[in-house]
Design a protein around this ligand. Sequence first.
Ligand SMILES: *[C@@H]1O[C@H](CO)[C@@H](O)[C@H](O)[C@H]1NC(C)=O
Ligand SMILES: *[C@@H]1O[C@H](CO)[C@@H](O)[C@H](O)[C@H]1NC(C)=O
Ligand SMILES: *[C@@H]1O[C@H](CO)[C@@H](O)[C@H](O)[C@H]1NC(C)=O
Ligand SMILES: [Fe+2]
Length: 476
Amino acid sequence: MKSLLFQLILVPFVILNFVNNVNAGITSRFVREEWPSVDIPLDHEVFAVPKGDNAPQQVHITQGNYDGNAVIISWVTFDEPGSSKVQYGKSDKNYEFSAEGKMTNYTFYKYNSGYIHHVLVDGLEYDTKYYYKIGDGDSAREFWFQTPPMIGPDVPYKFGIIGDLGQTYNSLSTLEHYMESGAQSVLFVGDLSYADRYKYNDVGIRWDSWGRFVEKSTAYQPWIWSAGNHEIEDMPYMNEVTPFKSYLHRYPTPYLASKSSSPMWYAIRRASAHIIVLSSYSPFVKYTPQCKWLEEELNRVDRKKTPWLIVLVHVPIYNSNEAHFMEGESMRAVFEEWFIHHKVDVIFSGHVHAYERSYRISNIRYNVSSGERFPVPDESAPVYITVGDGGNQEGLAGKFRDPQPDYSAFREASYGHSTLEIMNRTHAHYHWNRNDDGKKVAIDSFVLNNQYWSSNVRERKLKRHYLNGMRMIASS
Ligand SMILES: *[C@@H]1O[C@H](CO)[C@@H](O)[C@H](O)[C@H]1NC(C)=O
Ligand SMILES: *[C@@H]1O[C@H](CO)[C@@H](O)[C@H](O)[C@H]1NC(C)=O
Ligand SMILES: *[C@@H]1O[C@H](CO)[C@@H](O)[C@H](O)[C@H]1NC(C)=O
Ligand SMILES: [Fe+2]
């Protein structure tokens, strides 16, 4: 009898405790000896130039419009411009349609880029496999992609999340593990090639090698790009001071479709998700274009059509690693209140070369004249996840702050990638997959409940649980 009473008291307590996220966070003790954090040599097969005269290389696709029935197909040719034409169709080798795009090129110090082609292919059918062909004559190359289903509240979809990838053996491991995951599109949280670790003409050369490195995935499924600090490339010693010059020439985004004025920040809707991409390195304080746009875009979100609201931004807002500690504070001060108000589900970041997940917490009561200095549990808040663990040449950020702050739920300094598999409007299955030498191992996994669709149901259930518990205690 006593133990039953005990259980009755304990059950609601435990449940509320869990919801309030006051359980202590975990710092994984796992330490994996790193493979050397060096870039793979340029003559390695992962960077092989495709055979043939002027053959298209560095093929990559990204979503081309707001709702996903368009793609932008990009590639580079080196010997001559060649045509900016894509032939495509719904069966292999039977290309009934074609689309024409644009060519661009740029110089970086004394490096001359190849001819960079970008072609918008739109008016596609949803949930359909398309085959496409680019390049001319014998050097033409063929690929395929699958369009997403039309947006809708219960459309299942599996995203991968990769950040700070670079082009080392660890990067290769991450990329290969990602490709085994069965995910359909990558949410890339910034810092692509780490070409800016090189000097002079090698910067351009390492952008090209990276484009070839990731092609086995990027040619077949869209990677949704956001920019990191390694894309800035402010290099006055060689008179290169135009921010994001290489990145913007090479990786277009469908920013106009979301009424953005810059390719650096934009939004797309895909399946049941509304994805907002922000730029940590573009102005974002009040009255700036990015800030105004975000306010408008958040108001365009329709959770009845796209229940899942996901934000990508390179610099983490909540991070307890010594690396880049508090760099996200300036953006937190401006945007956190909106993230809470609009019930953002999850915010993915990179930048810190480790993995970390937060509890649902917020610090919006803090202001410069109030005494509320600490983040508090907040069920309306997003989960913040740092996936800067792609494996670039800078190595791991192995030093976490001690003790682990209350807001940090799980952290580990290893390489890997994440997947977010949306099941329906209320449930998504999340995994962080560590690179364990040759193997991929799911380490941090949980069910993400939708902030818009689950919370009311959950609150009602909880209240009932709690009241029942109280009633039973009172009557015993
Ligand atoms: C781009 O390519 C054209 C054609 O080869 C060339 O004339 C021009 O100089 C190039 N521009 C830059 C900026 O490299
Ligand atoms: C700042 O905090 C103080 C004290 O809690 C509160 O009175 C004031 O309204 C807050 N100001 C803003 C702008 O949030
Ligand atoms: C949503 O998916 C979860 C997990 O697969 C399942 O348990 C739940 O019943 C589903 N809900 C609806 C309304 O289909
Ligand atoms: Fe970074």
